[in-house]
Design a protein around this ligand. Structure first.
Ligand code: NDP
Length: 434
């Protein structure tokens, strides 16, 4: 904490992982002797830069850009870019740190990185978004490459933003380096099923977890927070599997629809018109809209999928979910539950799928996009979806096995952290002190 003051989110992410690793260090002191912990919490590189841009009135604005290249022991840095006013060094470092272990868990050769800006895309015109993305890439571009660092989307960065950044990068390099970004449009190197991957992957992961306890999505009542990329496709897959998703949210409030959320309306509002969720009730007057996003956790449900942002479930919300008999919680977002909330779930027998494992489907399919770009081929939706499904089953299996082997059966927080850590730590040992 002395070394990284005022970085509470980063401290939280590190604490969760280090607590999980206690049994590893007890069993295998070699990692301690090699200084793996001290090395793994220090990013290999952290880049901060100025992003100047002009709005449609010609007024100059300056935002701050970040890229943390955290760990390249098992592959090129890989992780999304977030555009949101809350972005700062602590947020980027917590996300980058988690990404190391998540990427390792996918079984693919990708290291950990993350980036973004405190730019707020809300209410900006298309032309403003384009100018911002071009300015952002004109600096980031010199630090990335298909074999060094491969960014993707995250909050506030979707296909439109990736397209503008890819165009700027191509112009800077004077070469068509398709694999430098993932989440690209389908016409220029994007992968089918990448848009769906994180949300679908979260549901596939939870499916495995539920199956082990004789439970299923079919017939369950589900609450999904957020209404962005991860949420929309978690809602879609859960609904396809026969669940009824009764609520979703954005940063202003949440919608409760006892008939089940109409996903076409959410997609139109969020993906096409870029509007607020409050307008959902205009199309569905029988639904209810409430101001304030955390109220969503007061709705009784069997399965809760937090898919919006970090620390959206605190201890109080977790207790409310438990009181209302929630059976399983799957983290589609990154670190959506506070450490206290996780304790509430684990101590009350709630099945808990931690983010690193449950939302790894997005980056896994990003790595499949890189593979397709390298081979200059394109797989069908069904092929990518089947690979995603198999990857999520494997992540579940390796997390369960690690939890058992290290004395915490059923605790997937511990299991996922350990399984993700071991591969990276071993690679770091083999590669020496670099
Ligand atoms: P989007 O920008 O597409 O959607 C984010 C959603 O969360 C929006 O509904 C947004 O509402 C809401 N939200 C954002 N910030 C807040 C906040 N402070 N309080 C309440 N609601 C908020 O992002 P994604 O769906 O891509 O990302 C969601 C989460 O999933 C993030 O934690 C991200 O890191 C994680 N994730 C994403 C992956 C991906 O492939 N996209 C991969 C793995 C993890 P509003 O529109 O009002 O801002």
């Amino acid at each position: 904490k002395d070394r990284n003051p005022n970085e509470s989110e980063f401290h939280q992410a590190v604490k969760e992982i280090f607590l999980s690793l206690i049994p590893v260090f007890a069993k295998q002191p070699k990692y301690m002797e090699a200084g793996i912990l001290e090395r793994i919490v220090e990013p290999e590189r952290m880049i901060t830069f100025r992003v100047p841009w002009t709005d449609d009135q010609g007024k100059v604005h300056v935002n701050r850009g970040f890229r943390v290249q955290f760990n390249s022991a098992i592959g090129p840095y890989k992780g999304g870019l977030r555009f949101h006013p809350s972005v700062n060094a602590s947020i980027i470092k917590f996300l980058g740190f988690e990404q190391i272990f998540k990427n390792s868990l996918t079984g693919q050769p990708i290291g950990g990185g993350k980036g973004g800006s405190d730019f707020d895309p809300k209410g900006k015109s298309d032309a403003e978004i384009m100018r911002f993305c071009q300015s952002f890439m004109s600096e980031l571009g010199r630090h990335i490459g298909q074999d060094t660092d491969v960014p993707a989307g995250d909050i506030g960065v979707g296909g439109r933003e990736i397209g503008y950044m890819f165009g700027q990068y191509k112009k800077m390099r004077g070469a068509y380096e398709a694999g430098v970004l993932t989440g690209k449009g389908l016409g220029f190197g994007g992968s089918l099923a990448r848009t769906e991957a994180t949300g679908y992957g979260t549901v596939y992961f939870m499916q495995e977890m539920l199956k082990d306890k004789g439970l299923q999505f079919h017939g369950s009542t589900v609450v999904v927070s957020g209404s962005g990329n991860v949420s929309i496709y978690a809602i879609e897959k859960a609904t396809q599997l026969g669940a009824k998703v009764v609520a979703c949210s954005d940063s202003n409030g949440y919608v409760y629809d006892k008939n089940g959320i109409n996903l076409d309306t959410v997609k139109r509002l969020k993906e096409v018109e870029r509007k607020r969720l409050s307008e959902y009730v205009d199309a569905h007057p029988e639904a209810e809209y409430y101001e304030g996003s955390t109220g969503i956790w007061s709705i009784p449900c069997d399965i809760a999928l937090p898919c919006a942002t970090q620390n959206e479930i605190d201890e109080e919300s977790a207790k409310l979910l438990v009181k209302n008999n929630v059976k399983a919680v799957g983290e589609g977002a990154n670190m959506p539950s506070t450490l206290e909330a996780i304790d509430v779930f684990l101590n009350n027998g709630v099945l808990f799928g931690p983010a690193k494992a449950a939302n790894a489907g997005g980056v896994a399919v990003s790595a499949l996009e890189m593979a397709q770009n390298s081979a200059r081929i394109a797989w069908s939706f069904e092929e990518v979806d089947a690979k995603l499904h198999a990857i999520m089953e494997n992540i579940y299996k390796s997390s369960v096995e690690a939890a058992e082997e290290y004395g915490h059966p059923g605790n997937l927080v511990v299991g996922a952290n350990i399984a993700g850590f071991l591969k990276v730590a071993d690679a770091m040992m083999f590669q020496g002190l670099v």
